[in-house]
Ligand binder design. Structure first.
Ligand code: ZN
Length: 511
């Protein structure tokens, strides 16, 4: 049977609306990129109003009654988001993606959206000051308000099982707290003893040489060599500097990354650059047919993070990678690294040490920082934990999971900006990225064969192409769960990640 003409017409109209939304979003991305990289400080005031205006326009386009009518005419409802079963699969995926954005947007009362925006803009300043002064109590009222707004948001959006589901869905579509909880429970059980064992194994290692002067120009030159080898296309992107490194798509053929240089610690820039390039290759690898469409985006933050972490850790911190790149790095820094043998270098960039700060955490302990935040967020949302009790619960959790207790709230509950930005449900995507990444990597080994050997020969393009074909190309036309099933043949399984770590640190020990 052919699709009804009315559904085809409706889909075509929806493509026009979607295209405008996409162009507006990319314009917003450009203004944000500019703000973070080159905008003069005095530009901030008007920039905030420009961004607010654009976000308002997107919201209006999306929530316009016409959008809802057209979705309905194409057969897409909340229960059956894919719409008319006779439509081509790709159009149905388009309807599902657009319906999801529409559904979330129309359910939020305008008042809630503006309250959120206002609270977030003040909270970020209050949080920054509270962190600076190590004074949680000055931030607590803002956090309490943001938590209430999140709870209100969850009930406006609706959920079947747990209010956290409605919040998580914004960042990891169709994922549930129950699923994350069961996967994290497995993960935690394996990671806690593993982290202890590896830290013990490495107790005598010396990584003091990482802390010396590494001139920025050479760091930049080496970083660009790695980007070239990865196949980051400078005719469709650029590398700049910002305080907090990020990747942004300003267009389908304009995917920019930033990095940060620390002249006394070169790891920050090189691993940060590889990480962001992993995100960028994902965006650059999406099927060009999905350009200027909701399908032309990464399918979830977790899958996005799987690409950055796969490149940064599984490839960029591997023994094979440095077999190839260490001589190049050394040629940039003969004085600093001339006496450091490759094995010592590789062990040093893989140092595992329970620490207080998430963003400085190693590959093994990192996910434990996330598990803590996930547990606390759920307890806050259900009311089992109050904002007043939060710092203590944080410190207890750190002790329980990582065996270290923060000496201050600055190094504890106040360290991350996410809650001050109103984002509850975001953190799990970082650890999901580790898990998806390891599972994809194993599928790539089966499909491509000898991934390790290719990395050791510096043949990174074969890896980019495999990831492009299997993971990047579909964009948002497949959900994370569909992608995982199609590429790896199974559901999310945390065993791949822990097996990968076990194997890697066994090899490192023998090095
Ligand atoms: Zn990332």
């Amino acid at each position: 049977m052919a699709p009804q003409k009315s559904s085809t017409d409706a889909v075509n109209r929806l493509h026009e609306i979607d295209r405008e939304i996409n162009l507006l979003n990319h314009t917003t991305a450009l203004l944000n990129w500019d703000q973070e990289t080159v905008m003069p400080r005095q530009g901030a005031d008007e920039r905030a109003r420009q961004l607010e205006l654009l976000e308002g326009l997107v919201h209006d386009r999306l929530t316009d009654a016409r959008t809802g009518e057209l979705l309905e005419a194409a057969g897409s409802t909340e229960e059956q988001p894919l719409g008319d079963p006779e439509l081509p699969a790709e159009e149905r995926a388009f309807l599902r993606a657009l319906r999801r954005h529409y559904g979330r947007a129309v359910k939020l009362p305008k008042r809630l959206v503006t309250d959120f925006a206002r609270e977030i803009s003040t909270s970020q300043h209050v949080w920054a000051e509270a962190r600076e002064n190590n004074d949680f109590s000055s931030f607590a009222p803002n956090l309490k308000r943001l938590l209430e707004l999140n709870i209100e948001k969850a009930s406006a959006i609706g959920y079947a099982d747990h209010p956290y589901d409605a919040l998580l869905d914004e960042f990891e579509p169709w994922m549930t707290a129950r699923k994350v909880g069961s996967v994290f429970a497995d993960l935690r059980e394996k990671l806690v003893p593993l982290a202890e064992r590896i830290a013990e194994q490495q107790r005598e290692d010396n990584d003091a040489f990482l802390r010396q002067s590494f001139p920025v120009e050479q760091q930049e030159r080496f970083g660009k060599q790695v980007l070239e080898a990865m196949g980051y296309d400078f005719s469709r992107g650029r590398l700049d500097v910002s305080t907090h490194p990020f990747t942004t798509a300003v267009g389908g053929d304009d995917v920019r990354i930033t990095t940060r240089y620390n002249p006394d610690y070169f790891q920050t820039s090189i691993f940060g650059t590889i990480h962001e390039a992993g995100h960028a290759l994902y965006e650059m690898g999406i099927d060009p047919r999905f350009k200027e469409s909701v399908l032309g985006e990464g399918t979830s933050l977790g899958v996005h993070e799987s690409q950055s972490r796969l490149w940064e850790n599984m490839i960029g911190r591997s023994i094979s990678f440095w077999r190839h790149f260490y001589p190049q790095l050394r040629s940039h820094f003969p004085e600093q690294l001339g006496e450091v043998p490759p094995s010592q270098f590789i062990k040093a960039v893989n140092r595992v040490r329970p620490s207080l700060i998430r963003i400085d955490a190693d590959e093994v302990t990192y996910s434990l920082h996330i598990i803590l935040r996930f547990e606390l967020e759920q307890a806050l949302v259900t009311g089992d934990l109050s904002v007043r009790e939060l710092p203590e619960a944080w410190n207890d959790g750190m002790e329980r999971l990582l065996g270290v207790r923060p000496d201050s709230d600055q190094n504890g509950v106040l360290q991350d900006i996410h809650w001050a930005m109103g984002a509850i449900g975001y953190f799990p995507t970082y650890a999901l990225g580790n898990l998806y990444g390891a599972q994809f990597y194993r599928a790539m080994e089966r499909g491509l064969g000898d991934v390790d050997g290719r990395v050791a020969r510096g043949e990174l393009s074969a890896i980019r192409e495999w990831l492009g074909e299997h993971i990047h190309r579909p964009g948002s036309s497949k959900t994370a769960a569909e992608l995982l099933r199609e590429v790896t043949g199974e559901e999310l399984n945390p065993a791949y990640f822990t097996e990968y770590l076990e194997e890697k640190f066994r090899l490192l020990k023998e090095l």
